[in-house]
Ligand binder design. Structure first.
Ligand SMILES: *[C@@H]1O[C@H](CO)[C@@H](O)[C@H](O)[C@H]1NC(C)=O
Length: 460
């Protein structure tokens, strides 16, 4: 009798657990209601203009003499640095002995005019979208009629700009063996970054930047296009492809992330059997203690910028030395996270001129604050949260370099990107992929383009 009673309780509780798990799972995968988004929301100063200037204006990058002289004066008239602690390289932050060498190079060797000239080899433009002047590079390939031209919007992140793509644009816009298509590249500066104007209104989060970027592509005459993005650009792009699947034919990301609730739970569940959910690279996310140790060690800047961007912004807008130290420490760690025991901390996996281009562009445009405020706007507005949790059917390709800040196995990525048509991992490379490894990067974009075309031809 007793055994029978126990049996009943066991069966009953198993059923209850199964039902609860099912309800929890249903909650995790439920898709939020699509938020209402004003697709012409005004981000310019003051009230919305009755009629927007829709002209497209050619633009040239100019590092002028007044700016250069003022910058050099500030770099030379700086106060003395505190020496690194004995036996310490980059473990406490930017190594000031190393910083001193970089600043000397910036003053004496970095060729401002030549660097601007290199950027100006590409055609630059500005146009006004929803009240803000947006800057972009547009390279249209000259090819035979039998070669298809795929429009490709490219989006960078923090603390970067469209400059990040200049090493891959020539390859992407030139026909490659084995492919019957080529890309027309539109590499845009996010609002508040590079040479694009920033807003003075709160709320310009990745959703609305995605909307602006779609409006930019529509302005240029592209109703359907492809997107390539990393870092914050990939946040904007992810929400763009979620909102407008009808406009995007394929999405390639070198920092693909699913922020769906189910993916977060999977991250923890996956720690029980890492090799089962990610046979190739379980060590990139697991053990979670290792992952969170890294995140905790390196994400202080994120919390600062998420909560108080204007304070650090006031300081760094006023000093190129401070700006360089702060940006280069971040650029170094995401380039190679295992080199804190060197004076450069990882920075030397990039060309110093490329690094200084980024610092110079931010200094010249005084845009640290407008760029950095994106950390405050991301992840907290309801429309952002709802769209993060909404899957998208736009075919997507993931490219994963070794030192990328965020890593997720495909098992998690598929929660968000239902049609993950390609996934590539490399045992090298960092966060600024198009600068670190332009060859592998461009090859992967081509291979992904072929997958996207195949996806659409099979659907027909
Ligand atoms: C030089 O560049 C700075 C920074 O972009 C700008 O504020 C300034 O107006 C420019 N000066 C001249 C004379 O063009």
């Amino acid at each position: 009798m007793k055994a029978k009673g126990e049996m009943k309780i066991l069966v009953l509780s198993s059923v209850l657990i199964a039902i609860s798990l099912r309800i929890f799972y249903n909650y995790l995968i439920s898709v939020p209601e699509r938020p209402n988004i004003d697709l012409q929301r005004w981000w310019g100063s003051g009230p919305k203009a009755a009629k927007e200037d829709e002209s497209i204006r050619p633009f040239k990058i100019d590092f002028n003499d007044t700016m250069i002289q003022d910058l050099k004066k500030r770099l030379i008239n700086r106060r003395r640095f505190t020496k690194p602690l004995e036996g310490i390289q980059s473990e406490y932050g930017m190594n000031t002995d190393y910083l001193e060498k970089v600043l000397k190079y910036w003053v004496e060797k970095y060729d401002f005019k030549k660097r601007a000239e290199l950027l100006n080899k590409f055609p630059h433009y500005k146009t006004r979208i929803q009240g803000l002047d947006l800057h972009y590079i547009r390279v249209t390939p000259k090819v035979d009629k039998n070669i298809k031209v795929l429009p490709l919007l490219m989006l960078h992140g923090w603390p970067s700009s469209s400059k990040e793509f200049v090493k891959v644009i020539p390859t992407l816009t030139t026909p490659q063996d084995g492919y019957d298509f080529v890309f027309e590249v539109i590499a845009a500066d996010l609002p508040g970054y590079g040479f694009s104007e920033g807003t003075n209104k709160p709320g310009l989060n990745p959703v609305h930047i995605g909307v602006m970027m779609r409006n930019l592509m529509l302005r240029l005459g592209f109703k359907q296009f492809y997107v390539q993005a990393g870092d914050w650009g990939s946040q904007c792009a992810t929400l763009l492809v979620t909102l407008f699947p009808e406009n995007v034919l394929g999405y390639h990301s070198n920092m693909p992330v699913s922020l769906r609730r189910i993916s977060t739970v999977k991250m923890f569940v996956g720690s029980l059997f890492p090799t089962w959910i990610d046979a190739d690279h379980p060590e990139r996310l697991y053990p979670l203690t290792k992952h969170f140790t890294y995140v905790f060690r390196e994400s202080g800047y994120f919390h600062l910028q998420f909560t108080k961007p204007d304070t650090i912004g006031a300081a760094l807008t006023d000093t190129p030395v401070g700006l360089a130290a702060y940006l280069m420490e971040k650029i170094a760690i995401v380039s190679n996270r295992d080199q804190l025991d060197t004076p450069h901390g990882g920075l030397e996996s990039l060309d110093l001129d490329d690094v200084l281009d980024t610092v110079t562009i931010m200094w010249t445009n005084e845009c640290f604050v407008t760029a950095t405020r994106l950390y405050s706007e991301g992840f907290r507005w309801p429309e952002d949260i709802a769209l993060q949790d909404t899957p998208t059917e736009v075919p997507t390709a993931a490219l994963k370099f070794l030192h990328e800040v965020a890593y997720q196995p495909d098992w998690m990525l598929r929660d968000k990107f239902v049609n993950l048509v390609r996934s590539t991992s490399f045992d090298f490379g960092g966060h600024f992929a198009a600068l670190h490894n332009p060859k592998e990067f461009a090859e992967d974009v081509f291979a992904s383009g072929a997958e996207f075309l195949k996806f659409h031809s099979q659907k027909k």
